[in-house]
Design a protein around this ligand. Structure first.
Ligand SMILES: [Zn+2]
Length: 390
């Protein structure tokens, strides 16, 4: 399904009009990783070619990106009481940083926790900043933390990251499954998230965790940043059966643009990557060694730049979901500042190209409105409604 015909001027015009009109929401932005670094101001315009950063308020505005879920991300560490307490402190510091950045720019952005907030901020020409948490590790073993994070604005939690935690199995833990799905504590976490109105995010979790969540959750779930395994065989991506079950539950899969989740890397590229990763795992690397390895990685990326997936190949994943379950269960979670990047979509200012590709394929304004934000806002509203029923 490669790009067969170029996008015409007329299609570009039509796409620009639709793009300006519909609410555009991305459900996975790793910009807080940059915000936590000294000297990074999310209100200042940055340049991808200079610092590799992909998101800030000025570029969101340029690209017509109305709102993003800023990820309170925490890579899985040790599961001791001390390490978990530290994870909570770090998570709170990220919440604080984001709240302060938005408060400092009231003319530019606002915190959003409901669909109403997002549509209101769009009307005012401001960016919506939603909160998502990537990895439930900072929940620790205390359900009360969920209410604490909810009150800070949190509206989804990705139950795990790349390794198992106290909540569930991850899809990529090198040691394999621990519970074959949700842990008994994880079941309580899902129930409490339903009670509060925090969306359950099944990106990163193992297939068995996904099916456990589907059996248990009272509210529709989301995959905040996952792609289709039928098009790119990676355990992080969702199988067709999982997508069908998620759709039946009323949920939505938000397509991830990390190249290795969009298109399987060539064998040569994979082998080179593996070799570098093995070298990086050595414990006694000097700073000079590390620098050399980063350079090697950069060179390797440049060497295989021709293998990078395009916007059309990213949109293939959106279209795959539509063919499978219809247009009501797909959206976009690009994973920018976390590796998400396509040829034609280098940073958030480029997202109009996605809309143009959808128009080229004949999707209507109504379809595009659902894909870009309508669907995920429907799921958030459903999560609220379920919470009110408790
Ligand atoms: Zn992720």
């Amino acid at each position: 399904m490669a790009q067969s015909q170029p996008i015409t001027e007329k299609q570009k015009e039509k796409a620009a009009k639709i793009h300006a009109k519909v609410l555009t929401i991305d459900t996975h932005a790793d910009v807080p990783i940059n915000m936590m670094k000294d000297g990074f101001d999310v209100a200042a315009r940055h340049d991808f070619d200079q610092d590799g950063s992909q998101i800030d308020f000025p570029r969101m505005k340029e690209g017509g990106m109305d709102g993003m879920f800023f990820a309170v991300y925490m890579g899985q560490g040790r599961r001791t009481p001390e390490a978990t307490a530290e994870a909570k402190e770090k998570a709170l510091a990220i919440f604080d940083k984001i709240h302060k950045a938005v408060a400092a720019n009231p003319d530019v952005a606002g915190i959003a926790t409901t669909p109403k907030d997002a549509y209101e901020l769009q009307k005012q020409g401001k960016r919506s900043v939603f909160f998502g948490m990537e990895n439930g590790w900072p929940v620790g073993n205390d359900l009360a933390n969920l209410k604490l994070y909810y009150d800070l604005g949190l509206r989804y939690i990705t139950l795990s990251h790349s390794a198992n935690n106290d909540i569930c199995d991850s899809s990529t833990d090198p040691d394999g499954p621990e519970y074959n799905g949700l842990s008994p504590f994880g079941e309580k976490v899902v129930q409490e998230m339903n009670r509060l109105g925090i969306m359950v995010d099944i990106s990163h979790v193992s297939d068995s965790t996904f099916y456990d969540v589907m059996k248990l959750t009272k509210a529709p779930a989301i995959a905040s940043h996952s792609s289709c395994r039928a098009l790119c065989n990676h355990p992080r991506n969702m199988t067709d059966d999982m997508i069908r079950v998620l759709a039946k539950n009323g949920g939505v899969i938000q397509i991830n643009f990390v190249p290795s989740f969009v298109k399987e890397p060539s064998q040569q590229q994979e082998l080179s990557m593996k070799a570098i990763r093995l070298k990086m795992r050595q414990v006694d690397l000097s700073d000079a060694d590390k620098k050399a390895l980063y350079q090697e990685m950069k060179d390797m990326r440049a060497k295989y730049a021709g293998d990078m997936p395009t916007v059309a190949e990213g949109v293939d994943h959106i279209e795959h979901v539509i063919k499978l379950v219809g247009v009501d269960h797909v959206g976009i979670g690009m994973d920018m500042d976390g590796g998400g990047q396509l040829v034609g979509c280098q940073d958030v200012s480029d997202i109009g190209n996605i809309t143009a590709e959808l128009v080229r394929r004949g999707y209507s304004e109504k379809d595009i409105e659902k894909i870009w934000g309508g669907n995920v806002m429907r799921v958030l509203a459903a999560a609220e409604k379920v919470a009110q029923s408790f």
